[in-house]
Design a protein around this ligand. Structure first.
Ligand SMILES: NC(=O)c1ccc[n+]([C@@H]2O[C@H](COP(=O)([O-])OP(=O)(O)OC[C@H]3O[C@@H](n4cnc5c(N)ncnc54)[C@H](OP(=O)(O)O)[C@@H]3O)[C@@H](O)[C@H]2O)c1
Length: 739
């Protein structure tokens, strides 16, 4: 039986090895393993194996594929030695980490042969292949119904609870077709023409005729050479002019290559502004101009950035959040960010090598991964580059691995957005539990309800300082820190919870809306970090959103801003390890809180739970997440509350659909919130009573493109405006922000 499953079956991602001496022994160990999984109330095997001779692993969840680590002659010899010596334990450990093992070489007492084992219990339902659209649609519906039935049955036994996710970098090589296909006209956004010239030369050498157009930043709109333009990246109308110009020459792009090799010094405001202009704003204006063109061909966006030494480049990597939203809003678009690490002396990769890497990424067959990293490694004295992709993986915090909570009685904590929904929840928690000295920062004067809350906080033994300040302005941030020190002499921890959103599709979004959202998330974060750079902090926590890691319909700017917080946390951790900052940095990607500043209707919540499995986070669970993330050692914590199997299914679906040009239903809570809002703005005839047709309808609308299809439902402008109107209306907190 063992030999048949070793030699006669294709190894799966989830792998279990039981070393057993008899069938009885095997039965006992399997039973024990199942019981252990049940008792832990986790998916069996989600934690480390704790039974002797039983090994479990999922190669999708391991950080490094051990197969890659033991490649080469030395690795092969090592494996051969283990097989010859019948070292079952080591073989088991390697196999569950993804190592390919030729089991026929295993030393055995007898010569085994394959036997016939029971097959899977097939449902025996017929699915004839038909090619007409009707058949495809009905099959999709049947499958949905079956999937829903299966999930619903499991859900009945499953309680809503906290699940913990993290972004994990997994080694993944690139798959490029042997025959390079034509890519169509390419539009390149770059500040210099070096990479453009190299890539053009490589195309000519390969006798390819795909045209490349270069667009550089300048102060006017001008074609300064054949297919070389300058454009003012701050003027949206220049992008429309450019697209019209290219259209006239039949050069509307099929690939957008955004290249940025300069690393931004975040402490220099002018550099930050320039990077935003030549990055997210440029891509925003360009995609808007292309959408207005109603160009219905697939379009690929690739952003290539350089990061130095071990640090990331947060303004660049945050484009992952923008791209995830862009591809949600426009399922004909594919997009990815590729972060290439420079050499150990921060020298740039040679241009021809970089051009090759870029071509490979363009030609890649599977554009599922939207965030990619190349990192240096040394192999026998030679430097190579390993390619990693970012994936969302779930994990369970293990109590014994958590450190002590870095909170102390009577310490001083600064909360930006301190008078907002979450700001006040955390102020209350700190007041009640630690009688803290609190510095609460917001732009507005506290209202009547907030004044009442402040009185209650003082009643719990807290000392409160309210500072009216705009954290996106350096002078204000500096003043906040000065006033806090003057009153309390020190600051022990920071919670950055200031934030606003201005939801609308990229198609309708204005640069003013984007600027409002990025103000506190980008400039606010940097200002706060620099202004507290000298403080002896115990923690520096950023309140981010799951929109940053999953994208979010209507929240391209908010997703970018929150992804920035996640990447910034990683960068700040590098500074902390170099003793340039103190206090652990953690970016927490929150879902919708039950009692936060953002509220939605009961109907919308029901829809959200049904479609994605996410439920509003109860305050107590939110506090538990906060404590767990503060006690763990990651720079990012992703909090998803709801029905675990449904959440996992949504995430898995999201991670595989991107390249198929199929609209994923809203899979993040913020995305789902907006989705629910949009749906509730649709005319009644577009809704189904059961709600089951809604994602199909949304996906159809999205597949057909933002302009025509949404007009088909009614009008894209009205839907997007409707979403905006609704988001302005319900909660006082939202009104205060003008959302
Ligand atoms: N609530 C949720 O469900 C949820 C989910 C995911 C992520 N988050 C994140 O968690 C944070 C807090 O959310 P919340 O629900 O508490 O939102 P909220 O109730 O709207 O509070 C945000 C606060 O930030 C303040 N603020 C905005 N811009 C500022 C600036 N430039 N300088 C100083 N203060 C500023 C606002 O006050 P003024 O307008 O008076 O300045 C407001 O009181 C946000 O960053 C949000 O992105 C929340």
């Amino acid at each position: 039986m063992a030999y048949t499953s070793q030699a006669g079956r294709t190894p799966m991602n989830a792998r279990l090895v039981v070393i057993a001496s008899s069938v009885e022994d095997l039965r006992d160990k399997l039973n024990q393993w199942i019981t252990l999984g049940k008792n832990k109330d986790i998916h069996p095997g989600a934690g480390p194996a704790e039974l002797n001779d039983v090994f479990y692993g999922n190669i999708r969840e391991v950080q490094y594929n051990a197969g890659d680590l033991i490649e080469g002659p030395a690795g092969k010899a090592f494996l051969a030695d283990l097989l010859a010596n019948n070292d079952l334990e080591k073989l088991a450990r390697l196999w569950i980490l993804g190592v390919e093992i030729d089991w026929s070489l295993l030393r055995r007492d007898t010569v085994p042969r394959k036997i016939s084992l029971p097959t899977y219990p097939f449902a025996k339902e017929r699915y004839w292949v038909r090619t007409d659209q009707q058949a495809l649609a009905s099959r999709a519906v049947q499958k949905n119904v079956l999937d829903t039935r299966r999930v619903t049955a499991r859900e009945r036994t499953e309680e809503k609870r906290k699940t913990y996710y993290a972004s994990q970098w997994t080694l993944r090589s690139i798959a490029v077709p042997k025959e390079k296909p034509a890519v169509g006209p390419m539009l390149m956004l770059d500040v210099s023409d070096e990479l453009f010239l190299t890539m053009k030369e490589q195309l000519q050498n390969a006798s390819c005729s795909d045209p490349i157009v270069l667009v550089k930043p300048g102060k006017s709109f001008q074609e300064i050479g054949p297919n070389i333009y300058i454009i003012d990246p701050e003027r949206e109308e220049h992008f429309h002019e450019l697209i019209q110009n290219l259209k006239g020459k039949a050069l509307l792009p099929r690939v957008i290559l955004h290249h940025c090799s300069e690393v931004c010094n975040l402490e220099v405001k002018e550099q930050v502004t320039q990077h935003l202009n030549n990055g997210v704003y440029e891509l925003f204006y360009l995609s808007k101009a292309l959408m207005k063109e109603k160009q219905q061909v697939p379009l690929r966006f690739l952003s290539v950035l350089s990061s130095h030494s071990e640090g990331t480049t947060p303004l660049g990597t945050a484009l992952g959040g923008f791209f995830k939203t862009l591809t949600l809003e426009n399922p004909r678009y594919l997009a990815k960010v590729v972060d290439v690490q420079s050499g150990s002396g921060n020298e740039e990769m040679p241009l021809s090598e970089k051009a090759n890497l870029v071509w490979e990424e363009i030609y890649e067959e599977d554009w599922t991964a939207q965030e990619i990293r190349y990192r240096n490694y040394m192999d026998e004295g030679k430097q190579g580059q390993a390619r990693y992709i970012s994936q969302l993986v779930s994990h369970t915090p293990v109590e014994r691995e958590l450190s002590a909570l870095p909170l102390k009685q009577n310490n001083v904590y600064l909360i930006t957005g301190g008078l907002g929904g979450l700001g006040l929840i955390f102020a209350e928690y700190l007041a009640k539990k630690f009688q803290s000295k609190l510095v609460l920062v917001g732009r507005s004067v506290p209202g009547v309800k907030q004044e009442e809350k402040l009185r209650q906080l003082k009643g719990h033994g807290a000392e409160i300082l309210v500072v009216q300040a705009d954290i996106s302005k350096w002078e204000d941030t500096e003043r906040v820190v000065r006033e806090a020190r003057a009153r309390f002499s020190e600051i022990n921890g920071v919670i950055h919870a200031a934030g606003v959103n201005r939801d609308s599709f990229i198609f309708n979004k204005t640069s003013e809306e984007m600027k409002a959202v990025l103000a506190s998330k980008i400039y606010g974060t940097i200002n706060l970090d620099v202004a507290t750079g000298e403080e002896k902090l115990d923690f520096f926590v950023l309140f981010s959103s799951i929109a940053g890691v999953m994208g979010n319909l209507g929240q391209s700017d908010y997703a970018y801003g929150n992804h920035f917080l996640d990447s910034f946390a990683e960068t700040r951790e590098t500074l902390r390890k170099a003793e340039k900052r103190s206090g652990r940095t953690v970016s927490i990607d929150w879902p919708l809180w039950d009692e936060g500043g953002m509220r939605i209707s009961k109907d919308d919540i029901a829809l959200l739970e049904k479609q994605v499995g996410l439920s509003p986070l109860p305050t107590q669970d939110g506090i538990q997440y906060w404590e767990d993330f503060l006690r763990s050692n990651g720079a990012q914590g992703i909090a998803l509350y709801g029905t675990p199997s449904k959440i996992a299914a949504s995430i898995a679906q999201k991670q595989v659909v991107a390249h198929k040009n199929v609209a994923a239903p809203a899979a993040s809570i913020d995305a789902a919130v907006l989705f629910a809002r949009q749906v509730s703005c649709w005319p009644d005839q577009c809704r189904s009573r059961s709600g089951r047709a809604l994602p199909l309808l949304l996906s159809r609308c999205l597949q057909e493109g933002p302009t025509e299809s949404l007009e088909g439902c009614r009008s894209s402008r009205r839907i997007a405006d409707g979403a905006r109107l609704r988001s302005e209306s319900p909660s006082p907190a939202l009104r205060a922000e003008g959302r």
